[in-house]
Design a binder for this molecule. Structure first.
Ligand code: SAM
Length: 227
């Protein structure tokens, strides 16, 4: 589906003092493609803005991001990167679905934002992203929902950061997020967690989204985190 398709819907995403008005497909379910699923079991989760995505937007809206480089992983529509760009960051949204990247870029342009959107598979990231490291801030929302995601991100994230970088991941307490957080700790990353209540959230994981904040270890910054 293209953003100009009549079936696409408008949605408002509040984030601090900002409200993003974005266009997205009416539902992820309608986009399920059995051929894609057969290749690598991917599902079009990108088409919705998830509760953790909304929490991440709120967190970013409260940060001083002027002139910072911000990379959003598994961005879907890219709302986190859009908020970062609105706060003055040089932001890039990424996802492995080309359609997500197309919606992200369409929305960024519609909002008048100077923001990049790039197709990125965590297991095979392009030079466009790797050559730009270290990123000041690497963010993601609800990206730890499968064990294989933690494995891929544990290998990728250390390659994206420098000594002063920060990594923020909003997560609705997915069971597969635990081993990733533990492995980051075992590898010496600094760690803090905030618990953000999300009233009215309708998915199964309860009314709290965790915001995990990681800082690189003093030694072996770019060493892989084995999850
Ligand atoms: C649950 S959705 C969250 C979307 C958005 N961050 C939000 O919170 O609204 C997970 C996202 O991760 C992306 N994703 C999953 N595996 C990926 C991979 N290996 N490489 C890049 N993106 C991936 C999906 O396409 C999807 O957009």
């Amino acid at each position: 589906m293209h953003p100009d398709d009549d079936r696409a819907i408008w949605e408002e995403i509040p984030a601090g003092d900002i409200t993003l008005r974005i266009r997205r497909p009416p539902s992820a379910e309608a986009l399920i493609d059995e051929n894609e699923f057969a290749v690598d079991e991917r599902l079009p989760y990108w088409a919705e803005v998830w509760p953790s995505g909304r929490v991440l937007c709120g967190v970013l809206a409260g940060m001083d991001l002027a002139c910072k480089s911000v990379l959003e992983l598994g961005a879907g529509i890219g709302t986190g990167a859009m908020v970062a760009a609105m706060c003055g960051a040089r932001a890039m949204s990424t996802d492995w679905y080309p359609a997500a990247v197309e919606f992200s870029q369409w929305n960024a342009r519609n909002l008048g934002l100077d923001m990049e959107s790039v197709v990125v598979d965590w297991c095979n990231p392009p030079d466009e992203v790797m050559d730009r490291a270290p990123w000041d801030l690497v963010v993601g929302a609800d990206i730890l929902y499968e064990a294989r995601n933690g494995t891929a991100l544990g290998a990728l994230i250390p390659q994206l950061v420098g000594a002063d970088s920060q990594v923020i991941i909003a997560d609705p307490r997915r069971p597969d997020a635990g081993p990733f957080v533990d492995a980051m700790g075992d590898a010496g990353w600094g760690y803090e967690r905030s618990d953000i209540p999300v009233p009215g959230r309708i998915d199964e994981t309860g009314p709290i989204v965790y915001v995990h904040r990681f800082t690189p270890p003093p030694k072996n910054i770019n060493g892989p985190v084995i999850v």
